[in-house]
Design a binder for this molecule. Sequence first.
Ligand code: CTP
Ligand code: CA
Length: 226
Amino acid sequence: LNRGLTEKFLTGKKILISAGPTKESVDPVRYFTNHSSGKMGFALAAEASRLGAEVILVSGPVTLKTPDGVTRIDVETANQMYEEVVSRYNDQDVVIKAAAVADYRPISVYEEKMKKKQDGLTIEMERTKDILEELGRRKNSQYLVGFAAETINHLEYGRKKLEAKNLDAIVVNNIKTEGAGFGSDTNIVTFISRQGAEKEIHLAEKTEIARQLYQMIWTEIRDEQQ
Ligand code: CTP
Ligand code: CA
């Protein structure tokens, strides 16, 4: 696998990574979000930069430090992430969507804080745009990578998403596995690619996972060019 990979094998490549959760407000004090620390996406950005790439990191609200050499763009909502990612897409060689994007947002956002009432509360939600699916539709030469965190059947769901969103690869994990949960510094993932790879990366620090993912991605890009 490592044959032909120099120390800075991503030199000259442009890589865009999305990370973290998105935040969908319902009033000035409340919002819907997903579990996501942003650690996997930030590790991917840091590692790509170390490997010589020109890196843009589009991040939802997280409490992490921007990795050295990385251009960071902060967003809150799924729609803002859509704009920032899609508008930069054409320039990129590799795009990795590690963000936990909200699938729904409240249909109306109240201008003033909602006051509590005697009864329960029902909030009507609508779908957000699927950023990755749109990137799959618009793909020309980019190598496009999705992420999927699942609680059951992760390989099967991963393969389906790879197809449905026209990806080159998807990185899946079962969040119920010890060491692969949210907020953890470690992860266990399986890399599934259009070219037919299906490789598990065993329990490791997210930075190490990132390094191995780039080796797999780069090997595939290189093979495609030959
Ligand atoms: N994704 C996205 N935009 C969305 C929802 C998801 O770009 N509105 C991306 C995520 O960043 C991730 C991939 O799609 O790279 C898979 O996300 P996931 O939530 O696992 O899949 P969904 O297609 O949303 O399906 P479901 O939540 O029902 O499993
Ligand atoms: Ca989803």
